[in-house]
Design a protein around this ligand. Structure first.
Ligand code: SF4
Ligand code: SF4
Length: 371
């Protein structure tokens, strides 16, 4: 299996800013190109694209390609059930939405300390094992957003898991908060195969500060920054798949071209990325990956990741290029949606944020900056 997976969470839209409005015609072309070039892995989840991604799977894949020509992964998130029966309901609804009789990969989604308690309380691991025994799931695993210590415990308590999905990219590799390298080493110690999510950190590593960009360009003028990031993750031992949430035919074209005969980075290239990480780290104010998990439950419908992206852009590369303020973009967006200062501090977003961001505090910074 080729090591690039198609993440179905950043598909093109027919209406800017409306995540539910997936552009199916454009997406069909992207999916077809991906399969024609020999790639097979597709990754969706219950809440991607405001719950429309799994439905899109039916239109893009199940109704148009032989089932054995691709593999499909989806997930069970703790926020969407409150009983053992609730897990079953989610699973059956996923089968109906996607039209898939079985899932090749099924993940317990987004394990962190409190969700682990909930999954354990409702017997999610045994439930998933049962699904595998029934042939409804081929491989079982979980995605993880917490400390290496907790990962060690989960893997010790659940050696039956086939694989682990981790946030790995060269920016988070040595990060004290994400502890990407330590999580990776923990999973390897337990002998698990690894699927990588966020190799480009929600796009942060596709547009680097000028100094970092120039370093990479000097080494390989024909490689995009995203290409460097995906190659870093794909070159690690034990990584079976690297997911990329693709949004345009150009991205599919680029990703599949360089991942077709993928070669791992050498030592000097990896050292260059460590230097780029150092430069980029000081440039990113809010560590948001743009996953949008937080937006669905926000009672004020604040476009949180879009505001964080504007805020980061406002400070990007300060001192290295001409100043282009994001204030006008903020003004335009906040005229259509709620403002950052409309946050009522209910905390829903902070409960679900896989990056454990202090969203309410960051929104105050955004409001102070732009309003
Ligand atoms: S704390 Fe603010 S941003 Fe977060 S969900 Fe509540 S209202 Fe929305
Ligand atoms: S604030 Fe957290 S949940 Fe919301 S988009 Fe950013 S990383 Fe995702």
């Amino acid at each position: 299996m080729k090591k690039l997976g198609f993440g179905l969470m950043r598909l093109p839209l027919t209406e800017k800013g409306n995540d539910a409005a997936i552009d199916l015609e454009q997406s069909k072309k992207m999916v077809d190109m991906f399969i024609e070039r020999g790639f097979t892995y597709f990754d969706t989840a219950w809440m991607y694209h405001r719950h429309e991604s799994e439905k899109a799977v039916k239109e893009l894949l199940i109704n148009r390609h032989p089932r054995e020509s691709f593999t499909l992964a989806t997930k069970l998130h703790a926020e969407f059930f409150d009983s053992a029966e609730g897990m079953e309901e989610v699973f059956e609804t996923q089968r109906q939405k996607t039209g898939a009789e079985y899932f090749d990969y099924y993940l317990i989604h987004d394990i962190e300390a409190s969700y682990y308690e909930k999954f354990t309380k409702y017997g999610a691991f045994e439930w998933l094992k049962n699904k595998k025994e029934q042939g409804l799931v081929r491989q079982m695993g979980f995605s993880f957003h917490d400390t290496p210590e907790l990962l060690d415990r989960v893997l010790f308590e659940h050696p039956e898991m086939d694989f682990v999905q981790l946030q790995i990219n060269y920016l988070d590799w040595e990060s004290e908060k994400i502890r990407s390298r330590e999580c990776y080493e923990t999973a390897r110690r337990h002998g698990k195969s690894i699927i990588v999510m966020e190799p480009v950190k929600g796009g942060v590593l596709s547009v680097l500060p000028g100094t970092a960009q120039r370093l990479l360009y000097a080494a390989h003028p024909d490689w995009s920054p995203a290409q460097w990031a995906v190659k870093f993750a794909a070159g690690l031992d034990g990584v079976m798949m690297v997911l990329s949430g693709m949004s345009s035919i150009g991205q599919v074209d680029d990703n599949t071209a360089y991942m077709n005969d993928f070669k791992p980075l050498d030592k000097s290239e990896i050292a260059l990325l460590a230097e780029c990480a150092r430069i980029t780290r000081s440039d990113v104010r809010i560590d948001c990956t743009g996953c949008s998990y937080c937006t669905d439950g926000c009672p004020m419908q604040i476009p949180i990741p879009r505001y964080f992206s504007l805020y980061n852009a406002e400070f990007k590369d300060a001192g290295h290029r001409s100043w282009v303020s994001q204030k006008d973009n903020y003004k335009q967006l906040s005229a259509e949606k709620s403002k950052a200062s409309d946050c009522i501090g209910c905390g829903q977003c902070e409960l679900i944020c896989p990056q454990h961001l202090k969203v309410t505090a960051h929104l105050k910074e955004v409001a102070e900056c732009f309003e």
